[in-house]
Design a protein around this ligand. Structure first.
Ligand code: FEO
Length: 413
């Protein structure tokens, strides 16, 4: 674990670990670039730790906290010599399993949380007679030079989640929000990294983990008074100390379901018949002038990545062959994940090939009706291999996509 002050004079520290070994976050979402985990320590007349970590990658958290407290006393003898408070913003175990260790090391620490925090805490870890302070939304705590305000942001990403605003520096400790997948590659702060490279893993994290609760994100952004925030310190990924407004702008766009003029074509195909339809649709749309097109074989690409592209794209075209009277299970999984995310404002096309009674397209149509997305055309189902005559059935879907796209383009002079 590494500890880094926010600036040379700051007594706010990011305590962070990189995990490049774990394959799946929440045992579900792929981590090809690893994952990072943050906790934060504020040293003052009272010392505070904001969240802990999973013991798998944060087992030295307690010793790092202890060392920083001791080192700080040489320069600031007026500061506390112990850890006075642990703030639990979020109880998901990637941030909480070191709580037990911490309590053993600092039996006098006071745990700060809300009513829901303590309900979940009691289900997860024995805390004995450790002192607990239940705070209300908007309540403040003075540490000396620093002052903390607790802001309840339920469902970002669990019901107990709250954020903590350090008022003297306008630093927002934001729990999971504004975080991202990926281990950090040296740079810890936004001014030390290439944000453009990180953005896709930030959006994938948003779409997989936070996006379902976009209505709550909208409320949180209003409540936070986001324009006055000077730094954002999430529990995953970089600390935004130079341009937090960039992170806020991305969240504002994603939580309001603002889409790019982009097309996702995702297909499930056993023998290439449905795949041929996907290729035909993609090539026809490209010929029609749309350049931002992503084609996925759902049996090859994990739905985590497809969901992230769907999140930013306006046109979603899904195809499945029939399999035991339904969709191919890989497409069913994708539909389950997309359906759970509750995205708004997409245009949907569906297609597929079958050999006798079908089932793929019929079940995609059931997904379409549940999604509430506007359909680009009637469902397209062909029998067996495609040929020019059968592919011509895709024309209505292709034309509807191109027409909608053309309506968004500026008029040529
Ligand atoms: Fe990073 Fe919802 O835990």
């Amino acid at each position: 674990m590494f500890s880094t002050p926010f600036s040379t004079q700051s007594t706010i520290y990011r305590l962070g670990s990189n995990d490049r070994r774990t394959a799946l976050f929440e045992n579900l979402w792929p981590l090809p670039q690893g994952m990072s985990y943050n906790a934060y320590l504020i040293l003052d007349k009272s010392n505070v730790l904001i969240d802990t970590m999973n013991s798998c990658y944060g087992r030295d958290l307690v010793s790092v906290v202890d060392q920083l407290i001791q080192n700080n006393l040489a320069e600031h003898p007026e500061h506390s010599a112990t850890l006075d408070y642990l703030i639990i913003q979020h109880m998901e175990p990637d941030h909480s399993t070191e709580i037990s260790n911490l309590i053993r090391q600092y039996p006098g620490v006071k745990i700060i949380g809300n009513k829901k925090t303590f309900e979940i805490l009691s289900q997860y870890y024995p805390t004995g007679d450790t002192s607990k302070i239940e705070v209300q939304d908007g309540e403040t705590l003075s540490l000396g030079k620093h002052s903390l305000k607790f802001i309840f942001t339920p469902w970002l990403h669990w019901p107990e989640t709250m954020m903590t605003l350090e008022e003297s520096t306008q630093t927002l400790f934001s729990a999971d929000a504004f975080g991202m997948y990926g281990a950090l590659n040296g740079g810890l702060f936004d001014d030390e990294t290439n944000i453009d490279i990180l953005e896709s893993e930030m959006r994938r994290y948003y779409s997989n983990i936070i996006g379902k609760y976009s209505a709550m994100v909208q409320k949180a952004l209003v409540k936070l008074g986001a324009s006055s925030i000077k730094s954002i310190a999430p529990l995953h990924g970089i600390v935004w100390r130079s341009n937090p407004q960039h992170a806020i702008a991305l969240y504002d766009r994603w939580c309001h379901y603002q889409s790019d003029e982009a097309v996702v074509i995702a297909y499930a195909s056993m023998y290439g018949f449905t795949e041929a339809m996907a290729e035909h649709i993609a090539q026809s749309i490209a010929k029609g002038g749309i350049k931002d097109i992503h084609v996925f074989d759902v049996s090859k690409t994990h739905p985590s990545f497809i969901e992230s592209e769907v999140w930013r794209s306006k046109y979603i075209i899904l195809g499945s062959c029939a399999y035991n009277g339904g969709m191919l299970p890989t497409m069913e999984t994708l539909c389950n994940i997309l359906g759970a995310a509750n995205m708004k404002g997409k245009y949907l096309g569906i297609f597929g090939s079958c050999s006798w009674n079908g089932g793929g397209v019929k079940n995609l149509q059931a997904f379409a009706e549940k999604s509430g997305w506007e359909q680009l055309s009637a469902p397209i189902e062909i029998k067996g291999q495609s040929n020019p005559e059968k592919l011509a059935l895709c024309q209505e879907l292709i034309q509807a996509t191109l027409t909608l796209h053309s309506e968004t383009q500026p008029c040529p002079n």
